[in-house]
Design a protein around this ligand. Structure first.
Ligand code: NAP
Length: 370
């Protein structure tokens, strides 16, 4: 099956080029399926592959009307970290959903099913994947409803798994009005987990409160430290998941946790409270350095965190996600784009904002609107 697929190619001169190209899926092997992709979200991790660290001010169109191309330039100081992808076209789109239109002899039962899929390049009209990469959507769930049913749902559930596995009973989440944050808020409400939501604007706090959030702290408020300590005192959260990954916030979270922990020690120790405090940095919404100014004890750690879920746990989690896809695990999309729409600079600038309530969806098999 031949269909268009989106690629991002970084050249040695630092120019990143986005284009769509016809690709032949080939025939499905015995355990493969061919999916017609109907919907695939643009998640922050997709943006990182699409445009890398290119300067958005350099976005420009190239190519022809028949074969539009979008280009941008990576600043010289950011090129070394991307050396591994120079010259290799990268297919993009970490998740999405569509209909199985052909299948190998062992998996013909999937023909006609609407499935979600994770970890394959989904910004394409058609893809060929192993059947085991497919998650069959329940009857009555459309591809649009199932398009974002894997990355953020599994990640949010994995956060609560990590929280429990490491012996915590409450958690903190930053950039908490994100799609993932709103989902985590619903999970925590459903599961009775105290959640401290940290956002950067009052409107985001209002949004989360309107969705039932009990603890919301606004990092741009003058009394943010007091709000945070108050919420940490009430929840006793000692683990945080930080999507921003820059600036002073990680430090403020650890400081707040230690302030609360010290209130509850039975006697003074020069080593601090000895309460283990953890911040997992799981996103890169800002690429400035994380500033740690040690004012706390020795019982803390800051580490990266990337969906640590076994296949068995994914299968279990999927059962829950698929039953609550229209409620707890739903994602609202603000805009649908065709593959060619993605290559329009004004569209690109909009979805690259990663703004609250502005989750974009690519619908590769719908005609362009621009
Ligand atoms: N490690 C993993 O396994 C994993 C898996 C899935 C997702 N993630 C990460 O999860 C995060 C959320 O993803 P999503 O799809 O839910 O995102 P999203 O819906 O696009 O929302 C992004 C949110 O981040 C806020 N934001 C953007 N830049 C910010 C900054 N510099 N400082 C503070 N807030 C900022 C936005 O608020 P404004 O409106 O104020 O801009 C918005 O609320 C992303 O960082 C993503 O990479 C990680």
């Amino acid at each position: 099956m031949k269909g268009r697929k989106l690629f991002s190619l970084l050249q040695a001169d630092g120019v990143v080029t986005l284009y769509a190209e016809d690709v032949e899926t080939g025939l499905p092997a015995a355990d493969d399926v061919i999916i017609r992709i109907d919907a695939a979200p643009i998640n922050p991790s997709d943006l990182a592959l699409l445009i890398a660290s290119a300067d958005l001010a350099t976005l420009r169109t190239a190519g022809t009307a028949d074969r539009p191309v979008l280009e941008a330039t990576i600043p010289a100081e950011r090129r070394a970290e991307l050396a591994g992808r120079v010259g290799t076209p990268m297919a993009v789109g970490n998740e999405g959903a569509g209909v199985v239109i052909a299948a190998g002899e062992n998996v013909t039962h999937l023909i006609g099913k609407t499935v979600a899929c994770l970890g394959h390049a989904m910004y394409a009209e058609y893809i060929r994947v192993p059947a085991k990469a497919c998650y069959v959507l329940p009857d009555g769930i459309t591809a649009v409803e199932g398009a974002a049913s894997l990355v953020n749902p599994l990640t949010a559930l994995a956060m609560t798994d990590t929280m429990r596995a490491e012996g915590h009973a409450a958690l903190v989440h930053t950039a908490a009005a994100s799609s993932l944050g709103q989902m985590l808020n619903r999970i925590c409400i459903d599961d009775g987990i105290p959640l401290v939501n940290v956002v950067r604007r009052k409107e985001q706090a209002d949004l989360l409160r309107s969705q039932g959030a009990q603890y919301v702290c606004v990092s741009s408020d003058e009394d943010f430290s007091d709000q945070l300590v108050d919420a940490l005192e009430k929840t006793r959260a000692t683990i945080a998941f930080d999507a921003i990954g820059s600036g002073a916030l990680v430090n403020q979270l650890l400081d707040g946790m230690e302030t609360v922990a010290l209130r509850h020690v039975s006697r003074y120790s020069r080593y601090g409270s000895m309460t283990r405090k953890t911040v997992y940095v799981y996103g890169c919404l800002d690429d400035q350095p994380i500033q740690i100014q040690r004012g706390f004890d020795f019982s803390w750690n800051v580490a990266g965190w990337l969906l640590p879920m076994s296949q068995q746990r994914k299968t279990e989690a999927w059962k829950r996600v698929s039953q609550q896809m229209k409620t707890t695990f739903s994602t609202r999309f603000s805009t649908c784009l065709s593959l060619d729409d993605v290559l329009v600079p004004s569209n690109f600038i909009q979805f690259a904002q990663k703004a609250t309530g502005q989750k974009f969806l690519i619908t590769p098999n719908k005609p362009t609107k621009n």
